[in-house]
Design a protein around this ligand. Structure first.
Ligand code: SF4
Length: 261
């Protein structure tokens, strides 16, 4: 009899404790706020998962100021709304996909990013993190989409050049790049603006050390179909020479340069 009682009480303690955990987690999700620029459902336009319907969580704020930034509303003039983790999970639950892209801005500067990604993983999502890999945090990530910024990104003249030195000093962090490359899967996605960029890419790859050319992606810089077409042909040639992957920008082809796509 004592044995049965012990089993029952231990089971009820377990159930209570699980219920407590659930309540605590739920309560916690209400208390953690993130600054979100936009949250939407679209087709992944870039990289190894191009074409996959995905939920996009775009954080606001960036530690860099790329001169050609295609989301200035997350960097040069950041805007967004405060959302709890629960708000975010509720919104993406409406989208019929298990693929989530956490992007920015620079999502890694958001203090809540580890919590967001680990809770996404608990919910069974496949997580891509789009990052310039200048800041490290202990995130859950299935595909690290690492986009180290080349010299073509430095805003020497924009806004009187006031961000140029800080951008130049921060844009490459080899240690963080290597840490992201150790994730279950990764891609090194370079935004290519001019043919000389290849010299810088080669030098950076040499500094990084071991890499697989199949994980190196060259993507044309541009936000119009014409920009992409103008750079596309010679970039495709570079890819053929080096065994790198050509990275399209499908969302521009499909929807144009439009927010929420
Ligand atoms: S890192 Fe990305 S979000 Fe930040 S300024 Fe550069 S392109 Fe824009």
């Amino acid at each position: 009899m004592k044995f049965v009682w012990d089993r029952l009480s231990s089971r009820s303690v377990q159930l209570c404790s699980r219920e407590d955990d659930r309540l605590e987690s739920r309560f916690h999700n209400w208390l953690v706020f993130m600054n979100i620029s936009e949250l939407f459902y679209s087709i992944q336009g870039e990289g190894k998962l191009a074409g996959v319907p995905s939920a996009f969580i775009r954080t606001s704020g960036c530690n860099l100021r790329c001169v050609w930034c295609d989301t200035p509303y997350t960097s040069w003039t950041p805007e967004g709304q405060s959302m709890t983790l629960d708000d975010i999970f509720d919104r993406i639950a409406d989208f019929p996909t298990k693929y989530v892209v956490v992007t920015g801005g620079e999502p890694m500067i958001a203090p809540e990013i580890p919590e967001l990604t680990h809770r996404l993983r608990d919910r069974g999502y496949h997580i891509t993190i789009e990052t310039a890999a200048t800041v490290w945090k202990d995130v859950a990530c299935d595909l690290a989409s690492i986009s180290p910024k080349l010299g073509n990104s430095t805003p020497w003249d924009r806004d009187g050049g006031r961000f140029a030195d800080a951008h130049e000093a921060s844009r490459i962090n080899l240690d963080v790049i290597r840490r992201f490359m150790a994730m279950p899967d990764h891609q090194l996605k370079f935004v290519v603006d001019r043919p000389e960029d290849l010299i810088e890419i080669d030098a950076l790859l040499l500094q990084i050390g071991a890499y697989d050319p199949a994980n190196v992606l060259l993507m044309p810089q541009g936000v119009t179909r014409k920009d992409l077409a103008d750079r596309g042909l010679w970039i495709a040639d570079l890819c053929k020479q080096r065994g790198f992957r050509f990275c399209p920008r499908l969302h521009i082809d499909l929807f144009g340069h439009t927010r929420g796509t």
